[in-house]
Design a protein around this ligand. Structure first.
Ligand code: HEM
Length: 126
């Protein structure tokens, strides 16, 4: 069975591969309009997802909590709404998706903060 760390890292890697191709496409066309969406795809989609994945591998007790699954889906839906939301916002097509996405991204980080805080022993004993 695939584990939570696997899915965080696998999807994060997928996001950054898309993001890198997107960066190359921006360079080739010299159109940097969507650079903020590219940046957040790579940072929230890869860097943050990878930190979550490595954390859950380090602290299996945290990964075993039902809250970890809620955290995963909140983080994933956050990326899937925030990145296209930024693309729509910077092209003047509305900000509602970016607003929803930003809340999901924030909520997922709050869940992570709570998880780290309430699993202190998991890190100190690692
Ligand atoms: C193949 C890999 C990548 C390519 C070709 C690429 C390309 C680009 C390009 C062309 C820009 C716009 C520069 C400009 O506006 O003058 C940019 C901006 C940016 N990229 Fe990437 N990038 C890559 C990977 C990454 C990664 C891995 C990250 C983060 C983890 C990242 C984060 C950023 C950030 C923060 C910006 C600034 C966005 C802004 O000014 O609004 N990029 N990138």
């Amino acid at each position: 069975m695939k584990t939570l760390p696997f899915w965080f890292l696998a999807l994060g890697t997928l996001f950054v591969i898309v993001g890198m191709a997107w960066g190359i496409q921006m360079s080739m066309t010299q159109d940097f309009t969507l650079a903020p969406a590219h940046a957040h795809n790579n940072l929230v989609g890869f860097v943050v997802m990878a930190v979550y994945g490595v954390y859950y591998r380090l602290v299996p007790a945290a990964a075993a909590r039902p809250l970890a699954v809620v955290h995963f889906w909140t983080a994933l839906l956050g990326v899937l709404t925030f990145v296209p939301g930024i693309a729509l916002a910077v092209t003047g097509k509305g900000e509602i998706l970016a607003a929803v996405g930003s809340i999901l991204v924030l909520v997922s980080m709050l869940i992570f903060g709570w998880t780290v805080w309430t699993n202190k022993a998991g890190l100190t004993n690692a």
